[in-house]
Design a protein around this ligand. Structure first.
Ligand code: FE2
Ligand code: FE2
Length: 173
């Protein structure tokens, strides 16, 4: 794709992981009183997202790449999305997780195709992170399978919000 450069992809992924940290931080906070049995699973996902952010952050510093200007938006947007959906309940939280991770994975699919012929180092990093993101979707699966058609509007809203954050990251750097 025309807009793809290593600098942009690195900044977008860095911003996305920042959003993911806040998304799962909010879920973890709400889980304490809303669904404590799932707190451990959410914390393990959060641990992955912190590692991902650090990996992209280290590479960003090494390459002297500019951070995404919309980083603050990922922080607030990620937190609000995680918080509001978790308040509804565990099914809504996991529906949000599934959609959020699905958007990330489809963007990674596009990136990996371009990176394999343009940037080996970033390609290997995204490939590594990709596997973790897949596992996050798997954690959400048993809950989302039990979530009926009533959650369809929520899926749509979460997808629009996540894609909007992606759009801002792509065009805001
Ligand atoms: Fe991640
Ligand atoms: Fe993830």
């Amino acid at each position: 794709m025309k807009w793809m450069t290593s600098e942009k992809l690195l900044a977008i992924n860095h911003a996305g992981e920042w959003g993911a940290i806040h998304f799962y931080t909010a879920q973890s906070t709400v889980s304490t009183f809303r669904f404590p049995n799932e707190k451990t699973a959410i914390e393990s996902i959060l641990g992955h997202e912190k590692v991902h952010f650090k990996l992209f952050d280290d590479l960003l510093i090494k390459r002297k790449t500019r951070r995404c200007h919309a980083l603050w938006f990922w922080q607030i947007g990620g937190y609000l999305l995680g918080f509001m959906t978790a308040l509804i309940g565990i099914k809504a939280a996991m529906v949000a997780t599934e959609v959020f991770e699905d958007v990330v994975i489809s963007h990674f699919d596009q990136q990996l195709e371009w990176l394999k012929t343009n940037d080996n180092e970033l390609h290997d990093l995204v490939s590594y992170v990709y596997q973790d993101e897949l596992s996050h979707g798997v954690i959400a699966c048993p809950y989302t399978e039990a979530a009926g058609i009533i959650y369809t509007p929520l899926r749509f809203i979460v997808r629009i919000l996540t894609e909007t954050m992606m759009f801002l990251a792509k065009h805001g750097i």
